[in-house]
Design a protein around this ligand. Structure first.
Ligand code: NMX
Ligand code: MLT
Length: 390
């Protein structure tokens, strides 16, 4: 643990800042360094971006990169855990199309909790990671009207099976698998203070089960300033309507002046370009260099930084994880931006589940972190007595 954060004094000016900078817990899975960005158990994310998603899951749960034997055993274990109760999938197929895919995901996790939970944080954490691809693929296919859910083949591998179960009409499955493997590894975890992880762990601290805690976490991820920024960012790129750098710059200026968010830029902790964005720009140059929307995102990378840098109130003018992910997903066949946050959630649930295991079963020599209960400062509430009138 870095000692320079402690002791931490909460002064009046730090209240009502969304707890910006408050150290609230110790975390074993990942770290977000303001300058260098995300590390999983000490490894920079850019070094890990192309490893097997299963190896990255193992790293977050067991705090070491698996050797060949450990990885093969772990893949077999995930395969065994991948079975989703048929009733969960049936319930998903009955959800109203009006609901946002994230609302479906929250419902899907709650259905899985009702029918699949064991109540053991370690068991449920690994089970949910293994089950998520089938749940998300069922959401995608049913709500998109692509047809009935496709049978799971977990021996293919986590993301390989996911792409197989999605059966995206017209998509190049090989290209999409390549993207989804990297996308999954990049989005798994981001320290303990990001909104969805914080919420998930807070709910679990009251001893709610993993599925219910992840459902609540996903409600946090659904917000446009958090995970749904990947959907908003794609729509923002479309709204720009041009690839001309000067016109894009003017568009960003106008949006900012109107008090609207410049999606895909800024961060509460990072103070440099998010390395997860860097990995995705590089991947885009490999997978879809001539895609017009990807090219637009590359122009944004330069011009949005220029505009935001000129506004001193913005603490970080650089691209974040959501700046370019949507244009890559679209170029690889996933056209509908409404689903992008569900893909973020598919991955993020693994990091949150691993952190829940640590907080519930490892911290304080296995006793776990007590129920979250920060305090607050009452304002404009002088103590008084109610007197019956008349
Ligand atoms: N567009 C417009 N305004 C911004 C942006 C941005 N990209 N970034 C910061 N600001 C504003 C912010 O709203 C605040 O304004 P005010 O003082 O009037 O309330 C001011 O600049 C200072 O904010 P910061 O301290 O720099 O950022 P903060 O920690 O409050 O918020 C974000 C962080 C990520 C919510 C913010 O940068 C943002 O809204 N970005 C756009 C949405 C986005 O891309 N979110 C994705 C984050 C990553 N994720 O996946 O979760
Ligand atoms: C995340 O990956 O959760 C986002 O970058 C937001 C955050 O860290 O606060």
């Amino acid at each position: 643990m870095s000692d320079n954060l402690l002791p931490f004094t909460i002064t009046a000016d730090l209240l009502d800042t969304g707890m910006r900078g408050f150290p609230v817990s110790t975390v074993y899975t990942s770290e977000v360094d303001p300058g260098e960005g995300l590390h999983y158990v000490g490894y920079p994310i850019a070094d890990l971006a192309h490893i097997d998603p299963e190896a990255a899951i193992y790293l977050l749960f067991y705090k070491k990169i698996p050797n060949k034997g450990e990885l093969s055993k772990f893949k077999k274990e995930l395969k065994k855990r991948a079975k989703v109760d048929k009733r969960v999938i049936k319930l998903i197929t009955q959800l109203p199309k009006e609901g946002h895919p994230m609302e479906w995901l929250i419902a899907g996790l709650n259905f899985a909790g009702m029918l699949c939970k064991t109540g053991d944080y370690r068991e449920d954490g690994l089970n949910v990671v293994a089950q998520m691809p089938e749940i998300v693929a069922a959401i995608y296919r049913t709500r998109s009207g692509w047809g009935k859910p496709i049978k799971s083949k977990p021996h293919l591998g986590l993301m390989e099976n996911f792409v197989q179960m999605m059966g995206v009409p017209g998509a190049d499955a090989e290209k999409l698998t390549k993207l989804m493997r990297v996308f999954y590894v990049l989005h798994m975890d981001h320290g303990g203070g990001n909104l969805s992880t914080f919420v998930g762990k807070a709910v679990a601290s009251g001893k709610s089960d993993t599925y219910a805690s992840l459902g609540a976490a996903m409600a946090g991820l659904y917000g446009p300033l958090h995970g749904r920024a990947n959907q908003e960012c794609l729509e923002f790129l479309e709204k720009a309507g041009t690839n001309d750098p000067d016109k894009i710059e003017q568009f960003i200026r106008d949006e900012f002046a109107a008090g609207r968010s410049i999606f895909g830029f800024g961060h509460a902790v990072l103070r440099a370009e998010d390395p997860r964005a860097g990995v995705q720009y590089a991947l885009g140059r490999e997978l879809c260099p001539n895609d017009p929307l990807f090219q637009r995102a590359e122009v944004m990378r330069e011009r949005a930084v220029k505009v935001l840098k000129a506004n001193p109130k913005v603490k970080n003018p650089y691209p974040n994880v959501d700046a370019v992910s949507g244009s890559l997903l679209r170029a690889c066949g996933l056209a509908d931006a409404e689903y992008y946050t569900v893909l973020f959630g598919l991955s993020r649930c693994s990091g949150i589940a691993a952190q829940i295991v640590d907080e519930r079963l490892v911290h304080r020599n296995g006793k776990g972190v007590p129920i979250y209960r920060p305090s607050d400062i009452p304002v404009n509430q002088p103590h008084r007595h109610y007197k019956k009138r008349g």
